[in-house]
Design a protein around this ligand. Structure first.
Ligand code: ZN
Length: 137
């Protein structure tokens, strides 16, 4: 079976910048993020593009202090393992005011962040990150 056309379109147009897309293997049912061309679990190429939930729970996180100079406004950078229900994703955590607010089980949501602008082409690049959902009491 040929690769799903929507997956090919994803790789050409990078549609995932505006929504949180993953791929689901039609053979074994596993969900992957970012979308894959072949299933890393069973090797099948019969995949479909699916939209993933934008909210999940933080399972754990890693703090990275060694940030390349000039690449980021500041360090450290946090990467979280997030449980979206149908799959787990690893993504950068943003809007972390206080490291102590990062706790196992807190709710996080996907946000679109502008990363850079290419002045020659006028293209603006976006990246999906996750931020803690503020709980107001
Ligand atoms: Zn599979």
């Amino acid at each position: 079976m040929a690769m799903d056309l929507s997956i090919s379109r994803f790789w050409r147009k990078k549609v995932s910048v505006y929504r949180l897309y993953g791929s689901r293997c039609k053979a074994c049912g596993k969900v992957h993020y970012p979308p894959k061309k072949a299933c890393p679990y069973c090797g099948s190429r019969d995949l479909e593009l699916i939209e993933l939930p934008k909210r999940g729970k933080l399972l754990s996180y890693t703090t990275i202090y060694a940030v390349p100079e000039g690449a980021r406004p500041k360090s450290p950078v946090y990467f979280g393992l997030i449980d979206l229900g149908i799959t787990k994703v690893v993504a950068e955590l943003t809007d972390v005011a206080d490291k102590n607010s990062l706790k196992e089980g807190i709710e996080v949501e996907a946000v679109l962040r502008r990363t850079r602008e290419d002045r020659d082409s006028g293209l603006i690049y976006y990246l999906l990150k996750f931020r803690p959902v503020m709980v107001h009491r």
